[in-house]
Design a protein around this ligand. Structure first.
Ligand SMILES: *Cc1c(COP(=O)(O)O)cnc(C)c1O
Length: 354
């Protein structure tokens, strides 16, 4: 049966956007960077050019640090701002909470993640003030950072207005405003706004900018719009094992992805595929939508036998028990034939089990 499929992992493609390979431009940049000797530890021309493109993208001066993973970007950033007695306000479904094995707390050397829930994986602005009210002054951890995820882990997209409101609260409460942008490009594409309109213009101080899920190999950038106090950031990155000696292999593909026609094409394809997938799923008996689809993630509810049937047919996707749903992700190279095949299988199974 598997012999008929285009690849042994073809039915894995909805499992995550990181099952996708690198896009051709990123691969080509790797090859170019590999054509010659190069200064190491970031003193190479690729790193300089990639930083310039990121600055152009955000239309502002900013400090940029390339790292290997999104978890590292978050941990390095949060530990830069926090003392061990500090707290980070974030969603209970945030990657920093559920998927980083306490990396933020470890690098902070203590620290606490205070959960503020909200719809669609967002932090509800109304939930922030109570954190300050219920605290016991110096007896409680001191809130220091407000961290949001764009797009959220549940596939939600914060609008500029929502971020503006959160930014205003952060300013009023003297909180650093951090954004986990592992899927930032999907959000920009979904909103159709300038990247500055959802970052520094609404008060974001620091962004973990993800290229891996946009078609990169393994390259993420910490972008500091607020450049105060960064004198020792280089040491923090080095201590965290995140200073790449052959940094050109992070920055060259990043440089390639920062071309407007590349990042936007990749993000648009992922978002469009999620839309196609959900439109098809909506027609199938027994399947309901758990969250509105705003970017490249689809969250659905379905009877357990239907999910099991799809797994038995070889499809890979994950249950997200904390939100009582199954997640299907689309990526820059989701195969539209796979969408049709998945829908056909779901339709056929639903006829039997629903
Ligand atoms: C994928 C992801 C990251 C980064 O994960 P790594 O595996 O550490 O690269 C960070 N935040 C969110 C929301 C993600 O989805």
């Amino acid at each position: 049966m598997n012999n008929e499929l285009p690849s042994p992992f073809w039915k894995w493609q909805f499992a995550s956007d990181n099952v996708a390979p690198m896009c051709p431009e990123a691969m080509e940049a790797m090859n170019q960077a590999n054509a010659d000797w190069s200064p190491s530890y970031g003193d190479d021309p690729w790193t300089q050019r990639a930083k310039q493109r990121i600055q152009d993208f955000f239309e502002t001066d900013c400090s940029i640090y390339f790292v290997f993973s999104g978890s590292a970007a978050n941990a390095m950033t949060l530990s830069h701002y926090c003392q061990p007695y500090h707290a980070v306000i974030c969603s209970p479904t945030g990657h920093v909470v559920t998927d980083e094995a306490s990396g933020p707390e470890f690098f902070i050397g203590g620290g606490k993640l205070i959960h503020v829930d909200g719809p669609h994986g967002k932090v509800d602005p109304e939930g922030i003030e109570p954190v300050f009210v219920r605290g016991h002054d110096i007896h409680s951890p001191k809130p220091r950072v407000l961290s949001v995820t764009q797009t959220t882990e549940m596939g939600g997209v914060y609008t500029p207005e929502e971020l503006n409101r959160l930014g205003a609260i952060a300013r009023r409460r003297d909180l650093v405003f951090h954004m986990d942008g592992a899927r930032f490009f999907n959000a920009v594409e979904a909103l159709g706004v300038a990247p500055r309109a959802i970052t520094w213009e609404v008060g974001v101080d620091a962004l973990s900018l993800g290229a891996t899920k946009n078609g990169g190999p393994l390259c993420e950038a910490i972008v500091f719009f607020n450049q105060e106090g960064l004198e020792e950031m280089e040491w923090r990155r080095k201590m965290g094992g995140q200073l790449a000696s052959k940094q050109r292999y992070l920055s060259a593909p990043f440089h390639a992805l920062m071309q407007p026609q590349v990042w936007s094409r990749n993000a648009r394809h992922a978002n469009t595929c999620a839309r196609q997938l959900v439109d098809g799923l909506a027609e199938i008996e027994g399947i309901t939508l758990r969250f509105p689809v705003e970017a490249n993630a689809v969250f659905i509810r379905m009877p357990e036998p239907l999910a099991q049937g799809l797994w038995d047919k070889g499809w890979h996707f994950y249950p997200f028990s904390e939100v009582d749903a199954y997640r299907l992700m689309c990526s820059w190279n989701t195969d539209t034939d796979a969408i049709q095949a998945f829908l056909a299988d779901a339709q056929e199974l639903a006829g039997r089990v629903c």
